[in-house]
Design a protein around this ligand. Structure first.
Ligand SMILES: Cc1cc2nc3c(=O)[nH]c(=O)nc-3n(C[C@H](O)[C@H](O)[C@H](O)COP(=O)(O)OP(=O)(O)OC[C@H]3O[C@@H](n4cnc5c(N)ncnc54)[C@H](O)[C@@H]3O)c2cc1C
Length: 598
C-alpha cells in the first residue's frame, strides 16, 4: 500500500508536545515562523510519497548487489539520491558557512520520520552522512573541513561510521584496526570492519569513512582509540580527485531486512595502507565518535517511529476493507469490516498510541538538543544538554522496541495475509528488527540510562523530568474533561511507579550495581511509558483547548482518544515494571547465573 506522510500529526506533536512555538519569547524557533515548518513538512512529504515510497518494496525484493568489490544500489536508488541532493534535503541542518540551511534539529527529526516511513533503507544513507557532518563540525581541523565538509553537507559525498569488528561490537575496547603515523602527518590504516552501512555504493562520487583505529603505542582498551577520516577517493589540496585509496568492499551481508541498504565488510590497507587523517586528538577517538553516535541514536529512534507509523497506516487500511464475522450490534446483511471488532480496534489503537508516544519522546529529545545549542542563557543550554543526554537512550530503545511490537501487531491485524510477503506487512517487521540492535543495542541503551544518565547533576536532571511529568498530571486535573476518562489517575500511578523505581536505581547504581544492571531494561520501558503517556496527555489538553475554542479538526478528537487509550491500557504496566525493577530482576538473575556457568 502507498505511504501517506503524517504531516499534520507530526506538526501537532512538534507544537503541542515538544513545545515548538516560533513566537515564544526565548526565540529558540524564531526561524520556523509564518508556517515555515508546515510548508517544509508538506514538501518533505511529497518527496517521500512520490520518490522514496515507490522504491521501498522493489528495494526489499532486489536489494543492493556486490560484484568484485563494486556495489550497485537497488533499482531506482541512485536516481532518487540525485533528486534528494538536488532538492537540498541533505543540507537542512548543515552549517550555513558550508552551504547548509542551519535549520533546527527538531524540524530535521520530523523530516527524517517522513523519509524513513517512506523508505527506511534509502534514508539510512543520509542519516550516516548527517552523523559525519556533526562529527566534523565538532572535531575536525579547519583544513579538513575546507576539503570535505561542504561536499558532505550538499550530499555530493556520503559518510559512513566504521566501528564494528568481529571481536569488537558493543565493547569497542577490543578493536584491532591499526593506524601508523607517517612523516607527512597523515596515517596509514590496516584492518577490516564489518557491518558497515553504505560502506560502498555508486550513488555519490566519493564516500568519506570515519574509522576507529589504534596507534601502536596506544593504551589498551577504549582509552587507546583514535578517529580517522579515510576518503574512498583521495582528495588533492585544490579539491580535485586523486587516486583510489586503499579501502575496498570485500562483500555484502545477506540480511533479514533493509535489503536495499548495503551492509559491507570493508578492508583497509591490503595494498600498502589506507591514507587517513586524524580527527580530534590521538587516543580520544571514542569521545569524538560519541558525537556521531548520539545524533545517530536519536535518528534510529525516529526510524522506529517511522516504521511503526507505516505499519499502523497499512493495518488500518486493511482492517477497513477486510470483512469477517459480524460485529455485535451491526444491522443489515453480510460480514462486518474487521475494524468493527473490538479486539482488532484494540490492536490498532495500541499501534497508534505506542507510535505517538515514541514520536513525542523523540521530538522532545530533539527540542532539548536545539535548546542546548540555541538558548541565550548558558545555564539553560547546560540543563537542556543534560536533558537530551537523559532522553536519548530512551528515545532510541523505546521507539525501536515498539517498532517491532507494532510491526508484529500489523501482521496480526492482517491475519494470514500478513505473513505473506506480497502484502508488505512482513517487510516492516523485517526492517524494524535491526533498529533495536544497531547504534548500540537496546540493552546497552538501558545500561547507559541507568549507569550514566540518572546520575547527571547528582540526580537533578531526572528529578526535573519527573517534576515535569507531575506538572502535566496536575494540569490534567484542572481540565477535568469527561473525554479524558481515567487518564489522570492512570498516569499519576505510572509516574509514582517511576519515582519509586528511580529512587531505587539511584541508590542501587552505587550500592548494588548488578541489581541496577539487571533491572535496566524494565526501568527504561517504565521511564518511556510514564514520559510518553504524559506527553500524549499534554497533547490531549491542547487538543481539548482548541476544540473548545471552536476548532473542529477531527485530528483533535483522535489525539484525545489516543492519549486516553495509552493512559488506560498501556500505562498500567508501569506498576509491574516498577516491581520488576525494585524486587524482581536482581535477585532471581543472581540465582539464574548458574545457567551460564554450566
Ligand atoms: C545491518 C547492520 C548494520 C550495521 N551498521 C553499522 C555501521 O554502519 N557501522 C558500524 O560500525 N557498525 C554497524 N553495525 C554493527 C552494530 O552496531 C552491532 O551489531 C551492535 O553494536 C552490536 O554489536 P555485536 O553485533 O557485536 O553484538 P554483541 O556486542 O556481541 O552483543 C550481543 C548481545 O549481548 C549484549 N551485551 C553485550 N555486551 C553487554 C554488556 N556489557 N552488558 C549487557 N549486555 C551486553 C547485547 O546487548 C546483545 O544483546 C551494523 C549491524 C548490522 C546488523
Amino acid at each position: 500500500m502507498t505511504y501517506r506522510a503524517p504531516a499534520a500529526d507530526i506538526l501537532f506533536s512538534m507544537i503541542h508536545e515538544a513545545g515548538m512555538d516560533p513566537d515564544r519569547k526565548d526565540g529558540i524557533y524564531s526561524d520556523l515562523g509564518d508556517g515555515f515548518a508546515e510548508a517544509t513538512l508538506n514538501e518533505a512529504g511529497k518527496f517521500a510519497e512520490t520518490v522514496l515510497a515507490p522504491l521501498n518494496r522493489t528495494g526489499d525484493k532486489e536489494g543492493a548487489k556486490c560484484e568484485a568489490g563494486k556495489v550497485t544500489s537497488a533499482p531506482g536508488f541512485a536516481s532518487a539520491y540525485r533528486k534528494w541532493t538536488a532538492g537540498g534535503w541533505n543540507a537542512i541542518t548543515g552549517p550555513a558557512n558550508y552551504g547548509g540551511t542551519g535549520l533546527p534539529v527538531l524540524l530535521n527529526t520530523a523530516c527524517i520520520e517522513i523519509w524513513s516511513g517512506a523508505n527506511v533503507a534509502f534514508t539510512l544513507c543520509p542519516l550516516l552522512t548527517l552523523g559525519a557532518i556533526e562529527t566534523m563540525q565538532s572535531h575536525a581541523t579547519e583544513a579538513l573541513k575546507k576539503l570535505y565538509l561542504g561536499k558532505l553537507v550538499s550530499g555530493e559525498w556520503t559518510g559512513t561510521m566504521n566501528l564494528t569488528e568481529p571481536q569488537a561490537g558493543s565493547d569497542l575496547g577490543g578493536l584491532k584496526t591499526r593506524a601508523e603515523r607517517q612523516p607527512d602527518g597523515t596515517y596509514k590504516l590496516f584492518g577490516s570492519k564489518i557491518f558497515i552501512t553504505y560502506g560502498e555504493h555508486e550513488m555519490a562520487d566519493n564516500i568519506i569513512h570515519f574509522v576507529l583505529a589504534r596507534l601502536p603505542d596506544a593504551p589498551k582498551g577504549s582509552r587507546g582509540i583514535s578517529l580517522f577520516l579515510v576518503p574512498k577517493i583521495l582528495v588533492n589540496s585544490d579539491g580535485s580527485f586523486g587516486a583510489h585509496n586503499d579501502v575496498f568492499c570485500a562483500s555484502l551481508e545477506h540480511k533479514l531486512g533493509i535489503h536495499a541498504s548495503p551492509t559491507c565488510t570493508m578492508v583497509y590497507g591490503d595494498h600498502g595502507g589506507a591514507t587517513g587523517f586524524l580527527v580530534g586528538e590521538e587516543n580520544k577517538g571514542l569521545a569524538c565518535m560519541f558525537t556521531m553516535m548520539n545524533s545517530a541514536r536519536l535518528n534510529i529512534g525516529v526510524q522506529g517511529v517511522a516504521i511503526a507509523e507505516r505499519a499502523f497506516q497499512q493495518a488500518l487500511a486493511y482492517a477497513k476493507e477486510r470483512r469477517q464475522g459480524r460485529a455485535l450490534g451491526e444491522v443489515g446483511e453480510g460480514m462486518s469490516p474487521i475494524v468493527r471488532h473490538p479486539d482488532v480496534m484494540r490492536m490498532l489503537m495500541t499501534m497508534k498510541a505506542l507510535a505517538g508516544a515514541a514520536r513525542a519522546i523523540c521530538f522532545v529529545t530533539a527540542e532539548s538538543i536545539d535548546r542546548s545549542r540555541r538558548a541565550a542563557d548558558r545555564a539553560e543550554r547546560d540543563k537542556a544538554s543534560e536533558r537530551a543526554s537523559l532522553l536519548t537512550p530512551v528515545a532510541k530503545a523505546f521507539s525501536t522496541d515498539i517498532a517491532n511490537e507494532v510491526a508484529s501487531l500489523g501482521i496480526q491485524v492482517h491475519g494470514g495475509m500478513g505473513y505473506i510477503e506480497e502484502t508488505g506487512a512482513a517487510q516492516h517487521l523485517r526492517d524494524a528488527r535491526i533498529a533495536a540492535i544497531y547504534e548500540g543495542t537496546n540493552g546497552i541503551q538501558a545500561i547507559d540510562l541507568v549507569q550514566r544518565k540518572l546520575s547527571l547533576s547528582q540526580g537533578d536532571t531526572v528529578r526535573r523530568e519527573l517534576a515535569d511529568m507531575g506538572e502535566v498530571i496536575g494540569a490534567l486535573g484542572e481540565t477535568n474533561a469527561a473525554s479524558f476518562g481515567e487518564m489522570e489517575l492512570c498516569l499519576r500511578e505510572a509516574v509514582d511507579a517511576l519515582e519509586r523505581a528511580t529512587s531505587f536505581m539511584l541508590d542501587a547504581s552505587a550500592a548494588h550495581p548488578n541489581e541496577a544492571l539487571a533491572g535496566a531494561t524494565p526501568y527504561l520501558r517504565l521511564f518511556a511509558i510514564a514520559r510518553g503517556g504524559t506527553l500524549l496527555a499534554k497533547g490531549a489538553r491542547a487538543a481539548h483547548r482548541l476544540s473548545n475554542a471552536g476548532n473542529n479538526n477531527p485530528l483533535l478528537a483522535e489525539r484525545i482518544v489516543s492519549a486516553r487509550f495509552f493512559a488506560e491500557n498501556i500505562a498500567p504496566a508501569a506498576h509491574g515494571l516498577a516491581r520488576e525493577v525494585t524486587r524482581g530482576a536482581g535477585s532471581v538473575l543472581a540465582d539464574a547465573a548458574a545457567l551460564g556457568r554450566q
